[in-house]
Design a binder for this molecule. Sequence first.
Ligand SMILES: [Zn+2]
Length: 81
Amino acid sequence: MAFPYNPSTMKSGIHPEMHQKAKTTCSTCGTVFLIPSTIAEQTIETCRNCHPVYTGKQQKDLRGGRVDRFKKRLEKARKKD
Ligand SMILES: [Zn+2]
């Protein structure tokens, strides 16, 4: 698989080096993809194997979002009164 551009028509010396098989690791499920990128080795948070859009399963957010943090703050404030 080649990246869809023609290097011969590009201005030389201004573009970063293109790695055709850059090692891309998913930090959630550990799958390794070899895809074109300017970064030789990189880590991604989610991929097509584990993202809820593709799996169809809801993923539980263990970190807790803004709403969770707000609820905790609210609970603390109520205890003080
Ligand atoms: Zn993944």
